[in-house]
Structure formats: structure tokens, C-alpha cells
Design a protein around this ligand. Structure first.
Ligand code: XMP
Length: 326
């Protein structure tokens, strides 16, 4: 019978046997899978795990600080935090095509990671948060079954050139099992039950060319949206709208529209809110968020985020729209 505590013990024992006295490195992204893998491997081998956390400057508000607090401060995990914002922004400057942006972010990510990994000369293993659906998906891709509409960049795609052996302790688990494991290992439920976040981050939520100004505006608008989704409880289910949606976020539209504020005219950017309900992310319905929630989010964003004077709600389902706008 599958019970969590015995599963944890078995998984830890397996990692210890596999790794022996070796050292391990892991690319931490702040996502659920790499976080749970880090917590599990740390439980198994302690200080012989070093995590590399590459901040591309396209994370959500305070995300970098939260990752450091959870892992470094609270759990005592060794983490190298690389703030590569300038480097990523430099490479992305003027690039508007979504797939070109994904490729740049993916390539840059690998390069930054490799530089850090090369410094950890004692490491023999590269740990990854690969989960069972990833294993299936890449098997499908090899046989041509899966059609890639968007090239998905994940921490999973790190190169063989590092000459490291692969450690993938979550390979047999489904997402809900990974989440339960994360909670059992003491990760904050708020982190473990978070909506998925794409590897290229805000890079594909700022339409067209990315820059730091747009990323800063989007981060703040997105944070307001997420806060209010968490705050508003649906009376029928007693769940928050955050938990009633599968994925929700703000999208930055680099177009300006006219508004009024006080006696003055504004000419500022637009933010679109996206919230969907889905079980598999292959198809998705736009979420019927309550009007009072939309009203609160809109007025808070327009009042609090100077530079945004208009908020719209995306009422497109997938297909034919995708969940992300790029
Ligand atoms: P779409 O937009 O294709 O999104 O309907 C389906 C799911 O995939 C996520 N997504 C990505 N995840 N790298 C990722 O790691 C990417 O480039 C990427 N593009 C989309 C999206 O957030 C949604 O959960």
C-alpha cells in the first residue's frame, strides 16, 4: 500500500544508494517540481546537495526572495542565487517573436547554469524535477505523437555536456503525488499548490519585446490579481478563486490608450487578466470570475500601478486561444 511516510523513506533510501558519497547539483526554478526534488534530495544527503537558482528577471513579484527564504533560511539548503536579470534583458532587447524569445531565454538559462555548475567541480550528479507526465510527453515527442505548438523551456532541458549523471527522484510521480510529497517534506502548502508558471516566465506574458520597465509594471499588476483571487472566497464551495482556477495571471499589452485621472489626461499601457479552468491544460475554459472580484482587481491595478490605465478580461477558451498569450 502506498502511504506517504513510507514513500518518503523509500525515496530517501533510493537516493542515498544511488548517489553514495557523491555531490549533487540541482537547478531550482521556484516551480513545484524542482522545489520538491530539492527538498527530498536535501533530506537524503543534506549539504552534498547544492542548488543553483537562476533569476532571469522574469519571475513574479518577490519570488526570488521567497525561494531563498524557504530553502536557504528555513530549510538550510545550500543555494547559489544568480541574479542574471541584466544579462537576460540584454539578450532579449528588441526581440519580439515569441519563439525567438523562448529560445533566447532557454539558451541563456543553460549557459548561466553551466557557468555555476562548472565551479562545483566535485558534483557528479545533476538532479532534475522530472515527473511522470514529462517522461510520457518526451517519449511521445520522440515518436512524433505530440505536436509542439510552443517550444516549452524547462529546467529539464539541461545539456549532456556537463558530464553529470542524472538523478530524477520524481520520475514515477504524478503532479498531485508530487504536491503531497512536498507538503510531507515541510514545504509551504502555498508554494506546493501554486498555479503552474512557464519556464520563460513573464517573458511570454509581455507581448512583443521585453524590457525591465514592462516586467516591473506587469509583476505589480499580476501580484494584485493573485492577491485578490486568494482573498475572495466563493460562498458555495468555500474555496478561494485562486483554488477555483487552474491558472491565472496578468498579461502586459504594449499599447497605450487614453484615460482620465483627476483633471488630467493619461496615455498609458493596458493589462489583460487571464484566468482559466482546466484539468489537463490541453483544453481550457475562461473562468467565470465574479464581477466584484474583477472590479476590485481593476480599480486596484489602475490606482496602484502608475503606468497602467486600463484593464481588460480575456474571455477566450482554448482552443482556439491558448492559455498564454504567446
Ligand atoms: P498554452 O499557452 O500552450 O499553455 O495553452 C499550456 C500550459 O503550458 C504552459 N506553457 C509553458 N510552460 N514553458 C513552460 O515551461 C513554456 O514555454 C510554456 N508555454 C506555455 C502554460 O503556462 C500552460 O500552463
Amino acid at each position: 500500500d502506498w502511504t506517504m511516510p513510507s514513500y518518503v523513506d523509500e525515496a530517501i533510501e533510493k537516493i542515498r544508494q544511488q548517489v553514495g558519497d557523491d555531490e549533487v547539483i540541482l537547478g531550482l526554478s521556484g516551480g513545484v517540481d524542482s522545489s520538491v526534488a530539492a527538498a527530498l534530495i536535501h533530506r537524503a544527503i543534506g549539504d552534498r546537495l547544492t542548488c543553483v537558482f537562476v533569476d532571469h528577471g522574469l519571475l513574479r513579484l518577490n519570488e526570488g526572495a521567497q525561494v531563498m527564504e524557504t530553502f536557504a533560511q528555513n530549510m538550510g539548503v545550500k543555494i547559489i542565487h544568480v541574479d542574471a536579470t541584466e544579462q537576460f534583458m540584454g539578450k532579449l532587447a528588441g526581440v519580439a517573436d515569441p519563439e525567438a524569445k523562448r529560445k533566447i531565454i532557454g539558451k541563456e538559462f543553460v549557459e548561466v547554469f553551466q557557468v555555476e555548475a562548472a565551479k562545483l567541480s566535485k558534483a557528479k550528479w545533476l538532479a532534475q524535477g522530472t515527473i511522470y507526465p514529462d517522461v510520457i510527453e518526451s517519449a511521445g515527442a520522440k515518436t512524433g505523437k505530440a505536436v509542439a505548438i510552443k517550444s516549452h523551456h524547462n529546467v529539464g532541458g539541461l545539456p549532456d555536456t556537463l558530464n553529470l549523471k542524472l538523478l530524477e527522484p520524481l520520475r514515477e510521480l504524478f503532479k498531485d503525488e508530487v504536491r503531497k510529497l512536498g507538503v510531507a517534506l515541510g514545504l509551504p502548502p502555498g508554494m506546493v499548490y501554486r498555479h503552474p508558471f512557464p519556464g520563460p516566465g513573464l517573458g511570454v506574458r509581455i507581448l512583443g519585446a521585453v524590457n525591465k520597465e514592462f516586467a516591473d509594471l506587469l509583476r505589480r499588476a499580476d501580484d494584485v490579481f493573485i492577491q485578490e483571487l486568494r482573498n475572495m472566497i466563493d460562498p458555495d464551495t468555500q474555496k478561494s478563486w485562486y483554488d477555483l482556477t487552474s491558472q491565472a495571471f496578468a498579461v502586459f499589452l504594449p499599447v497605450k490608450s487614453v484615460g482620465v485621472m483627476g483633471d488630467g489626461r493619461t496615455y498609458d499601457y493596458v493589462v489583460a487578466l487571464r484566468a482559466v479552468q482546466t484539468s489537463d491544460f490541453m483544453t481550457a475554459d475562461w473562468a467565470p470570475l465574479p464581477y466584484p472580484l474583477l472590479a476590485k482587481v481593476s480599480s486596484r491595478i489602475i490606482n496602484e500601478v502608475r503606468g497602467i490605465n486600463r484593464v481588460v478580461y480575456d474571455v477566450s477558451s482554448k482552443p482556439p486561444a491558448t492559455i498564454e498569450w504567446e
